[in-house]
Design a protein around this ligand. Structure first.
Ligand code: NAG
Length: 589
């Protein structure tokens, strides 16, 4: 926290303490809550009018690992940084009118990674753990399984439709999420050629940095980290003098710049905040920014380090300024990629500050665009084992100890615990103890749980906290955002983005500038099991008609046959029917 925010938090804590509560007098009246609900209802009633426009632009905000709990805690942090209790605060993403849930499992995993999930929401295909841009026929880390299994992303489709495209991330630009927008790889950690296995080299698989370079015509703006993967091992990083990473000696950044300039484009490569700031979006055709050798700095560290690289909000703003020059529109992917990394370290402080910074980028994008022509989606790829618990008082410091009436709650071991915990991960023993033997839980009474290095406690000791398998949120605004309305498969997101922006192959509905009301859904369609087959309404009707016709025929033949038999029988038995009946009666006895 910087001094101002620290002051605000302390100030609000004092105000809350003096007031004796974290809420207003108004909140104690029913009228206040009726008003809150009425306001929400008015908004909901207004939504009867659907926005059926074609989306000229699509922006996908992907909070990596941004579980629903992360959104809640991020919202509370945002409010507390402004000196409020926090629970009542609204994030920019909270103000999107349409929402659904996304089911994140991979074809071969109950709990997915960021590669298979990125393939789902960018390419529209659920896939295999740890692969990118491949269908589930591919096998993790088996290069030969890439052949014939590539699936393209909405970024590629948008480029083919003449739109501009952008990728903004706080991770390496060849990391899983951005990677799935342009690369196809059996192993998402093949960042540079030095990461390739012997099998991968023998079968001609390319590293992800190389694939980025090969796709450079398709991507207008790329901002993030990862410059070491684009430069030879024999050279040093421009900022830190660390070794670069490529074995093949290629200077991919210089090659990128030269290629673009050869095509007559005004292309810029930047690696620091000053150069980034001086990029004029009006005259710039292409922009590549690589601000760190690997991932960019966490927001709290970036600020503490004097903001030598742009924030995710500044990158988003610059990207939109460049992309919006295309009259055909654009597709932009913005990844808040390090929410996930901080969660993996059970470091809620960094994870939630990343979430607040990510939300500022969303807020800026909303300001810069119109919901009449820009579909904005906010979602996550997967969850984490992050939890918010403990019946803490209203307005309690989100990083603090769980409290009741201002006093720390105690566990059965007599020790306090924090509101935020993780099910597994490094925080088990407290930060950096290096021990993995089970021993009693750290006593947090005198520990500063607000410290940015503090790791929340966990139930299971692991070096690296895992993803969670629970659904994540899809929040949407703009054209056709009402298509997110329930519990969806994650790959549905890509399908909707294509459908609404009229890119890809399903274009039958795309005449004109607004979309026709789609055919009524078949969710009310009844299915009937008939002789082991699932029949819909029409098929069932046909089956019933056939059955009816057969019955009529059967009845007709029965009558015909019995008439014939009767006539014959009359002759044969010749009045002995009574006698036969008597025989049957006697048999029964
Ligand atoms: C935890 O630490 C506090 C402060 O040092 C101490 O008063 C308390 O007894 C400790 N609790 C346990 C259960 O060890």
């Amino acid at each position: 926290m910087n001094n101002l925010t620290r002051f605000l938090v302390i100030f609000s804590a004092i105000v809350i303490f003096c007031e004796g509560k974290g809420w207003t007098d108004e909140e104690e009246t029913p009228e206040y809550w009726y008003d809150v609900a009425r306001e929400e209802l008015q908004v909901a009633l207004g939504l009867q009018q659907k926005n059926m426009n074609v989306a000229k632009n699509v922006i996908l905000f992907l909070g990596d690992g941004m579980s629903i709990g992360t959104i809640t805690a991020g919202r509370i942090l945002k409010g507390q940084l402004q000196g409020n209790s926090g629970e009542e605060t609204k994030l920019a993403m909270d103000q999107f009118h349409h929402a659904g849930l996304s089911r994140t499992y991979a074809v071969n995993k109950q709990v997915a990674d960021s590669g298979s999930t990125a393939t789902a929401y960018l390419c529209g295909v659920k896939s295999t753990y740890y692969t990118l841009g491949l269908s589930a026929k591919s096998r993790t880390e088996v290069c030969s399984s890439e052949k014939g299994n590539a699936v393209e992303s909405i970024l590629v489709d948008s480029y083919k439709a003449g739109k501009s495209t952008g990728v903004v991330t706080t991770t390496r630009i060849n990391h899983a999420t951005p990677g799935a927008s342009y690369a196809h790889t059996a192993y998402r950690s093949w960042y540079s050629d030095s990461d390739l296995t012997q099998e991968a080299k023998e079968n001609g698989c390319k590293d992800i940095a190389q694939q980025f370079y090969d796709s450079s015509d398709m991507i207008t703006v790329t901002l993030g980290g990862g410059r070491q993967y684009f430069r030879p091992k024999t050279t040093k990083d421009v900022e830190y003098s660390t070794d670069n990473d490529r074995d093949d000696g290629q200077e991919l950044i210089e090659k990128w710049e030269m290629n673009q300039k050869d095509k007559g484009l005004n292309a810029h490569y930047v690696w620091n905040k000053n150069d980034f700031d001086s990029v004029d979006p009006v005259t710039t055709d292409k922009l590549l920014g690589l601000f760190e050798p690997s991932d960019m700095q966490y927001e709290v560290d970036r600020v503490a380090d004097g903001s030598k690289e742009p924030s995710i909000m500044e990158m988003t703003e610059k990207a939109i300024q460049i992309l919006q020059k295309n009259s055909k529109g654009y597709f932009l992917l913005v990844e808040g990629g390090r929410i996930d990394h901080a969660h993996h370290a059970t470091n809620a402080h960094r994870a939630l500050h990343e979430t607040v910074a990510f939300d500022k980028a969303i807020e800026r994008a909303v300001e810069m665009t119109s919901d009449s022509d820009t579909l904005i989606i906010v979602t996550a790829d997967h969850s984490h084992t992050f939890t918010i618990g403990g019946y803490s008082d209203r307005g309690n410091d989100i990083f603090g100890l769980a409290t009741e009436n201002g006093k720390p709650y105690k566990g059965l071991d007599g020790k306090p615990f924090t509101t935020i915990n993780y099910a597994n991960g490094e925080g088990y023993q407290g930060p950096n103890t290096g021990e993995i033997e089970p021993h009693s839980r750290q006593n947090l009474t005198v520990v500063d749980t607000d410290d940015k290095e503090y790791l929340q406690q966990t139930a299971i000791p692991l070096a690296y906290e895992t993803h969670g398998g629970d659904d994540v949120a899809i929040l949407a605004r703009g054209p056709m955002s009402h298509l997110f309305h329930g519990v969806h498969q994650q790959n549905y997101i890509a399908y909707v983005m294509r459908y609404v922006s009229c890119v890809g192959s399903d274009l039958g509905h795309c005449e004109g500038s607004s979309l026709p009301e789609p055919e009524p859904t078949t969710t009310t369609e009844k299915y009937n099991l008939f002789l082991g087959m699932n029949l819909d309404t029409t098929e069932t009707a046909v089956a019933l008609y056939v059955q009816f016709a057969l019955l009529i025929c059967f009845a007709f033949f029965t009558i015909l046959l019995s008439t014939m038999l009767y006539k014959k029988g009359m002759k044969r038995f010749d009045g002995s029917v009574e006698k036969k009946y008597d025989n049957i009666q006697s048999l029964r006895l």
